[in-house]
Ligand binder design. Structure first.
Ligand code: AMP
Length: 191
């Protein structure tokens, strides 16, 4: 059985940080669609050129592009013991596509951990990250757009997984190690 986790949360919730720790602990392949898009942009690929403006503006990349890219990443790792999906799915259509794709491989999502962080805390964190990340989309106007995209489109992914009985919320505010301990408890419960 594969261990396929979705780490869910708004921009700045700590998905990247906690993903890194989960990979080390469970030997999963990390798929961060944001990281993959940024690599395409840095390498000036065709895909990178198609998405760079949207990403710079803090808007979501269309589902068709994102889903095709994600499926390609999964197929690059046929030996994986499992995946951690970070920043994907961000729409219900993406969540449905992921289910269909994994099912076609005789697999599925094991569970979803949603990091719960208030909007106020997110704004403070991203302002700090801006100073070190060099991400143009961490700037305040773009950030507003990203948070808006989250509340308009991405939040609907939560009830999708809740209906499947796969969703667990974890408080994402506090000490990084303490949050990780809680996530570990949840993930160990999935197995
Ligand atoms: P992230 O690093 O996850 O915050 O993603 C950075 C940006 O990449 C987002 O603001 C979107 O423009 C784009 N992006 C990343 N993942 C997705 C996704 N699953 N669906 C649509 N756009 C995405």
């Amino acid at each position: 059985m594969m261990l396929n986790l979705v780490l869910f949360g708004p921009p700045g919730a700590g998905k990247g940080t906690q993903s890194q720790k989960l990979i080390d602990r469970y030997q999963l392949v990390h798929i961060s669609t944001g990281d993959i898009f940024r690599a395409h942009i840095a390498n000036q690929t065709d895909l990178g050129q198609r998405v760079s403006k949207l990403i710079a503006a803090g808007e979501l990349v269309p589902d068709s592009i994102t889903i095709a890219m994600l499926e390609e990443e999964i197929d690059k790792n046929p030996q994986a013991k499992g995946f951690i999906f970070d920043g994907f799915p961000r729409t219900v259509a993406q969540a449905e596509a992921l289910d269909r794709f994994l099912e076609s491989k005789g697999s599925g999502i094991t569970g979803v951990v949603a990091l719960d962080v208030t909007e106020e805390e997110l704004t403070v964190r991203i302002a700090k990250r801006k100073a070190v990340s060099n991400r143009a989309d961490d700037d305040s106007e773009k950030l507003k757009k990203r948070i808006e995209e989250y509340f308009n489109k991405t939040i609907h992914v939560l009830p999708y997984y809740e209906k499947q009985g796969k969703l667990t919320k974890v408080n994402g505010i506090g000490d990084i190690e303490a949050i990780f301990e809680e996530i570990k408890g949840v993930v160990d419960g999935f197995q």
